[in-house]
Design a protein around this ligand. Structure first.
Ligand code: HT7
Ligand code: ZN
Length: 864
């Protein structure tokens, strides 16, 4: 397979300042004529040959300056053309079959509508073009088609003319004045209705806002529209960024590979991140919609106005935009809870990536298939790296840095280095050593030891960036120490207070920091707010964790203390290091800590809910060099049952209290709903009959999806006739609502029921299941792949099901298929018997005769 390397970057030989596209639309046959105004790049290598990328395209006609030519040649899928002069007009015709496009990249059909997905390299499936993000063009798009089938015709920018013909066809012409790379091109044609609204920008521009959906879905678009308007306002206030067109369209599509796409002026969204009402969407769904709407909107500046020079710079737009959407969601709701959620996601998705065979720096050195690099590392660790710059600079100086970044790079295709330089200059930071965060992969491990003597408290910190695999000869030699900003506070044990938060930067392999004036040893609270994306290794007395879980005024640190209390207990229990008496004593310490959280009246319920969450099995597995998933599952469930039994009275009282709170979208009511299902979850482990009774009542009384789904989740994990009855009721109640039926699949595949694998196999045969819809595939199989007791069944059946899926899905949708490989790729960190089964599954996939580049890259790296 061919490897693309960052160090091989060359500017394009030819530029395309303008492109005119003409689409004669049809579901089975769309004729495309592209007219490119091209000119030689003064910064290019001077080659006369222009490379026009293609992917499964055949040129029907090629004209240069109006004359048909036939001296072009194909180089694999690409078309090469020798051009004599400095500037030319190149015109090429092609024909596509959108209905046959099951990969959902390029132009494809979905429920009778046509839509596009061009990032990262989908435009080459529509027209021959230099499909690279550093070629910026202004687009004119004309499309024509049957008016009955496609009454709505949309593209980027503004609609400048429309018309219709006597033969039932109509047409529209769109013009986008902002130069953009082709990955931001979009076209949508279909029978759609819109929620229309408007927004007036701070400089007085009136922007028309439309959210386009299929008929019948319009009543579920208001939350997305409200989120959109909040995003417009927030970016003006927080980053000084204003919208730059008179129109902003969003289209919701039910067949979509990812969450959404930031095409200029025409965002295309997975329906999952648009449609919501209380009856069909949970509180988490509402939050996700707000976050993704914000994310795509914020790309208008961090991604579109300033784009990426090449795909190695992907984190330039994605890491920065994730940070922006996280800040937005924090400002719209609870910053404390948002930070905890973001760290949980990072630990669940990115930490395993960083310690596995697919580890890569946030600015990778090489790739085979760029679609495989839309990872938690690029997105979430990328956001953490920029967040650290903000922490070190402070909010005002960071803002000066981002202002400078936008000023300097507006209208260009930039690099991560451009970003770092702007923050250095604008914020006045020296980031020389900090640049290592861009080139080194692996989660740094920080070891903490403390000493108290006289009135001085001394902190000794060491850092180690673990070795990570070195695919394709990418440069990852010896890891060097990186600057790690750590926020800390020293608590007085008696008063429960501290003298103020400090920020220290650990930038050597080993460093000591002393604090004078502490007559008695303080309690250390470190990495407050998760100021650095590192793993902290700190052996400390249980009493200190109990103290911080009760007293820390930093919400994340308080959550972390509670997590550590449980993690250290479970590690010891799983490692068989605990005598029965010690196990009971530690469990009792956790009972006491949770009880004080349940009873703490100063806590709001959303935060209380965070503090009650047990660490996930995947996170626990990460704490072991080689994990035994059965032992982890058994110990964690046993602890949950212990807590459910010992805290039964408190949990019942809690469930009674929060069940009385009426539905509303305010924080108090959302907190109540979060706790309602959490109480049931603990009770299900400790007092299943009581939990069943309460879950049935909650299910039947539910006037919203959060309560109904929560109750059904608990019932789906328990045996008894009510399980089947509730699942059948849910399916019947929401038949035809694809997003809710996805939940029905996920709940069963993700359940704690001992027969979960049997259920999953039956679900794969259910008439509602289809391999052609990524949401449905993920609903069933991703839920299974992240359900440890199902995926890691000792028989290897979970691995076999995921392996079979990858092999069957690859010819249909390779991008989605490749996303399932990393779960099998964790084999080195799993006990030997299972590891052999996981590896065997990877080998079975590798033996397939014609694997996609996507799956091949992930499988070979996972085996290697
Ligand atoms: N920038 C968008 C990436 C994306 C994508 C990438 C590969 C294949 C399909 C895709 N759909 C969207 C999403 C985002 O980060 O905003
Ligand atoms: Zn993005």
């Amino acid at each position: 397979p061919s490897v693309i390397r960052r160090e091989d970057y060359q500017p394009p030989a030819w530029l395309v300042p303008e492109i005119a596209l003409d689409f004669a639309l049809g579901l089975d046959a769309t004729h495309v004529t592209s007219k490119l105004s091209v000119r030689r790049n003064p910064d290019g290598n001077g080659s006369r040959t222009m490379r026009l990328n293609g992917d499964q395209l055949a040129p029907l006609a090629v004209r240069v300056d109006g004359q048909a030519v036939n001296d072009w040649r194909l180089d694999g899928p690409d078309l090469l053309l020798d051009l004599a002069g400095e500037a030319h007009e190149v015109e090429i015709e092609t024909q596509l079959n959108p209905a046959a496009n099951s990969q959902l990249m390029g132009l494809y059909a979905s429920h009778g509508m046509l839509c596009t997905q061009c990032e990262a390299e989908g435009f080459r499936r529509i027209a021959f073009f230099p499909d690279r993000p550093d070629v910026l063009s202004t687009y004119r798009v004309r499309m024509s088609g049957d008016k009955a089938a496609f009454p709505i015709l949309l593209s980027n920018g503004n609609c400048e003319a429309t018309g219709e013909s006597a033969d039932g066809t109509h047409w529209a012409e769109w013009h986008d004045p902002w130069p953009k790379p082709c990955y931001l091109f979009a076209l949508v044609a279909g029978d759609l209705v819109a929620n229309h609204d408007s927004f007036t920008t701070r400089s007085g521009r009136e922007v028309e806002l439309n959210i386009w959906v299929r008929k019948g879905d319009e009543s579920r678009t208001q939350h997305a529209m409200d989120s959109l308007k909040r995003s417009f306002r927030w970016d003006e206030q927080a980053f000084g960024r204003e919208y730059d067109l008179d129109l902003f369209n969003i289209v919701a599509v039910s067949d979509f590979n990812m969450g959404a796409m930031e095409n200029k002026g025409l965002n295309v969204f997975n329906t999952r991140y648009v449609l919501a009402d209380p009856e069909t969407a949970t509180d988490s769904d509402y939050d996700a919609i707000e976050g993704v709407i914000g994310h795509e909107y914020f790309h208008n500046w961090s991604g579109n106005r300033v784009t990426c020079r090449d795909w190695f710079q992907l984190s330039l737009k994605e890491g920065f935009t994730v940070l922006r959407d996280q800040m937005f969601s924090a400002d719209m709701g609870s910053p404390a809870v948002k930070r905890i959620e973001d760290v949980r996601v990072l630990r669940a998705a990115q930490f395993p990536e960083d310690s596995g065979p697919l580890a890569h720096p946030i600015r990778p050195d090489s790739y085979q298939e760029i679609s495989n690099f839309y990872t938690a590392t690029i997105y979430n660790k990328g956001a953490e790296v920029i967040r650290m710059m903000r922490t070190m600079a402070g909010p005002e100086r960071f803002r000066a840095g981002t202002d400078l970044y936008f000023d300097r790079n507006d209208g260009t295709a930039a690099t991560c280095e451009d970003f770092v330089r702007a923050i250095e200059d604008g914020a006045g930071l020296d980031l020389k050593q900090f640049r290592l965060w861009y080139s080194q992969s692996g989660t740094p491990q920080v070891t903490v030891t403390t000493q108290h003597s006289g009135d001085t408290f001394t902190l000794k910190l060491t850092q180690l960036v673990p070795p990570t695999p070195n695919h394709d000869g990418g440069a990852q030699p010896e890891k060097q120490p990186m600057p790690i900003p750590l926020k800390l506070a020293l608590f007085d044990r008696e008063t429960g207070t501290h003298r103020g938060e400090e920020l220290l930067v650990l930038d050597q392999a080993e460093q000591s920091f002393s604090f004078a004036g502490y007559a008695s040893a303080p309690v250390l609270s470190i990495n407050r707010g998760f100021s650095a994306p590192v793993a902290i290794d700190f052996e400390r007395p249980v009493e200190d964790l109990v103290f911080l879980a009760a007293h820390d005024d930093d919400a994340f640190a308080r959550y972390e203390a509670m997590q550590s209390l449980v993690v250290r207990h479970l590690i010891a229990a799983v490692s068989s290091n605990l005598a029965e008496e010690a196990r009971t004593a530690e469990r009792e310490a956790i009972v006491q800590a949770l009880r004080s959280i349940l009873l703490d009246e100063a806590l709001d319920d959303l935060m209380r809910g965070e503090l009650l969450i047990l660490p996930a099995e995947g996170y626990l597995a990460e704490q072991f060099l080689v994990a035994d998933p059965s032992a982890i599952h058994a110990e964690r469930e046993a602890l949950k049952a212990w807590l459910g039994t010992k805290l039964r009275g408190d949990l019942e009282a809690l469930h009674d209290r929060v069940s009385a709170v009426p539905y509303s979208r305010d924080a108090a009511a959302r907190g109540a709903r979060k706790l309602k299902t959490q109480a049931l979850t603990y009770l299900a482990a400790g007092a299943p009959d009581e939990a069943r009774r309460r879950a049935i009542a909650q299910y039947c009384a539910a006037d919203n999806m959060t309560d109904r789904q929560g109750a059904l989740m608990v019932l789906a994990g328990l045996d008894g006739p009510e399980r089947g009855e509730a699942l059948a009721d849910f399916h019947g109640r929401y038949a035809g609502n694809a997003l809710v039926i996805d939940k029905w699949f996920s709940l069963q595949a993700g359940s704690l029921h001992p027969k979960v694998l049997e259920h999953a196999k039956a679900l794969a045969e259910h008439p509602d299941f289809t391999m052609n819809n990524p949401n449905r595939v993920r609903a069933l199989y991703m839920a299974l792949a992240v359900n440890p007791q199902a995926f890691h069944a000792p028989s290897g059946e979970g691995y076999r099901i995921i392996g079979d899926l990858i092999r069957r899905l690859d010819p249909i949708n390779p991008q989605t298929a490749a996303r399932f490989v990393p779960s099998l790729g964790r084999w080195r960190r799993i006990e030997p018997a299972r590891a052999a089964l996981m590896r065997a599954e990877l080998e079975r996939i590798a033996a397939e005769p014609s694997l996609s580049k996507d799956v091949l890259e992930q499988v070979t790296k996972s085996l290697g």
